[in-house]
Design a binder for this molecule. Structure first.
Ligand code: ADP
Ligand code: MG
Length: 479
């Protein structure tokens, strides 16, 4: 097993004789692909990564093959660092990843990997390597060079968490901020903020030892130490750091021994005046399944949540990312994406990346039409399907009328008008046909629906207050 081969505390040695037939390597590669799939989402994964194969492990280098130059270049520029980080985290001695174009099969049917010259790597990537290579952090996970404070876009939903993260990065272990507990839903920037803190604290010259790892990794380390009877070394190496950062703590739910160990490490470090930063998907009090004493201690410092993104934040993030990519993307397209993809930043980023890649591939500018075409599967998945029933319910509530009157025969103005508004919204927000809509409103004729749509449009022109009302309803139903 991989765990027994780990050599805690020393620089991780390249495993001699590790080949593609080694189960460690196959498992690691499967895990890495699983991780990537989780991180970038199913659709992106299928677009970019499904065709990757692991061709060889050559010394400290993993050779990954893809079928085209375009895929190679794209993967290198967008995911090269991530692939390398994931390989390094596996601790099999792999320090570099080379992405190559798979050669055409040789006559005898055997593919012979051919070396492709490494593109000169940017200085910042090399500097990042150097910092990741700090031997004291050998057992910690490497940091993603893209995740820095500079690239984090701040808005209402995350400004508090951001401010706390900044504060900890500037003055670790200050009273009131230890531990720092960051929480929020998936893809909202927790890992990004944690890496940003770690990068800042690891600034060369500060000589601080900062250990960042996922709770999952923490557990594997702990189990490996138990197996190889090196728990003392494990404890010592953990307790010798200046800053300990554990990502995705919810993973420890139900893992009682690991929780216990974490609790003791936590106490030892805090007592010694060291900073702890933890992230999770829920607040300490909502993390049921964690031991009470641990939850209590976690909530003792600063607890900061990252809220779901707002439209404004999504726009800012898209603008920043489009600018960083150096590809002009019209404001209309950004607005469209920010409107359609509301789930999380990771999905938003994935959609934009795909747009940019297609534009590069075909040498065409990004337009609203190309966006709808290229992203049509993603957009469909995010289509919030508002039902006619929902519309009727909301509109009835808004106008204070009985839901039953949406389908009743009553024609009094205070009933008929809201009913028309609901029909209008049903036409605007669903893909139902006029007869279908009519049927849902007490079997009315499609001409009645047509008339309602025209009437509401007319009234909206004439009466600004009424128009505002309808717009408000529409926005409520859309988000
Ligand atoms: P989490 O750990 O909360 O699941 P991540 O930190 O992995 O989320 O963020 C997912 C992706 O979205 C990353 O690529 C990250 O850089 C990006 N991201 C999230 N929030 C922001 C933000 N405020 N500004 C820029 N990028 C962001
Ligand atoms: Mg994360």
């Amino acid at each position: 097993m991989l765990m027994q081969q780990e050599d805690l505390g020393s620089t991780s040695p390249a495993l001699s004789g590790t080949g593609l037939d080694s189960p460690d390597v196959t498992e690691a590669w499967a895990r890495i692909r699983g991780r990537l799939r989780e991180e970038i989402g199913e659709i992106e994964y299928r677009t970019w990564m499904r065709q990757m194969t692991l061709a060889a492990i050559e010394g400290e280098e993993a050779v990954v093959q893809v079928p085209s130059r375009f895929l190679r270049d794209w993967l290198r520029s967008q995911y090269g660092d991530r692939l390398r980080a994931l390989w390094q985290a596996e601790n099999l001695g792999v320090r570099r990843v080379d992405i190559r174009v798979a050669p055409a099969p040789a006559p005898d049917g055997e593919a012979v990997p051919r070396a492709v010259p490494e593109a000169a790597r940017p200085a910042e990537a090399r500097a990042a390597d150097a910092r990741n290579a700090d031997p004291r952090n050998d057992w910690a996970a490497p940091l993603d060079p893209r995740f820095t404070f500079d690239s984090f876009v701040v808005g209402k939903p995350n400004e508090f968490a951001y401010a706390c993260a900044r504060r900890v990065a500037e003055k670790p272990a200050s009273p009131g901020f230890n531990p720092l507990f960051l929480y929020g839903g998936v893809g909202l920037g927790k890992t990004h903020l944690m890496h940003s803190i770690a990068w800042a604290l690891r600034e060369p010259g500060l000589d601080r030892s900062v250990a960042y790892m996922s709770a999952e990794k923490f557990m594997y380390r702990f189990i490996a130490a138990l197996r190889s009877q090196s728990t003392m070394e494990f404890k010592e190496s953990l307790r010798s750091v200046d800053v300990l950062m554990i990502d995705d703590l919810q993973f420890l739910i139900g893992k009682d021994n690991t929780q216990e160990e974490f609790f003791h490490t936590f106490n030892a470090l805090v007592d010694a005046g060291k900073q702890i930063v933890v992230s999770a998907d829920k607040s300490p009090s909502d993390l049921s399944g964690l031991e009470d004493r641990l939850r209590t201690r976690l909530g003792c410092g600063m607890v900061a949540d990252i809220h779901a993104t707002t439209y404004e934040l999504r726009i800012s993030i898209l603008e920043a990312k489009a600018q960083a990519a150096g590809i002009p993307v019209p404001a209309r397209v950004l607005e469209y994406l920010a409107h359609k993809i509301t789930s999380n930043v990771r999905e938003l980023e994935g959609a934009l990346n795909r747009l940019i890649a297609h534009s590069g591939l075909f040498g065409r500018p990004v337009t609203l039409e190309s966006c709808q075409e290229v992203l049509h599967d993603i957009l469909r998945a995010h289509d919030r399907r508002v039902t006619i029933e929902e519309i009727q319910k909301r509109v009835a509530e808004h106008y204070n009328m009985r839901l039953a009157d949406m389908s009743s025969a009553r024609r009094a103005r205070n009933v008929a008008r809201p009913r028309q508004v609901a029909m209008y919204l049903a036409k605007q927000l669903t893909s139902r046909s006029l007869p279908e809509i009519g049927r849902k409103f007490g079997n009315r004729d499609h001409t009645t629906v047509m008339h309602a749509v025209a009437k509401v449009q007319e009234l909206m022109q004439q009466d600004a207050g009424f128009a505002e009302d309808v717009e408000l309803l529409r926005r409520m139903l859309e988000t």
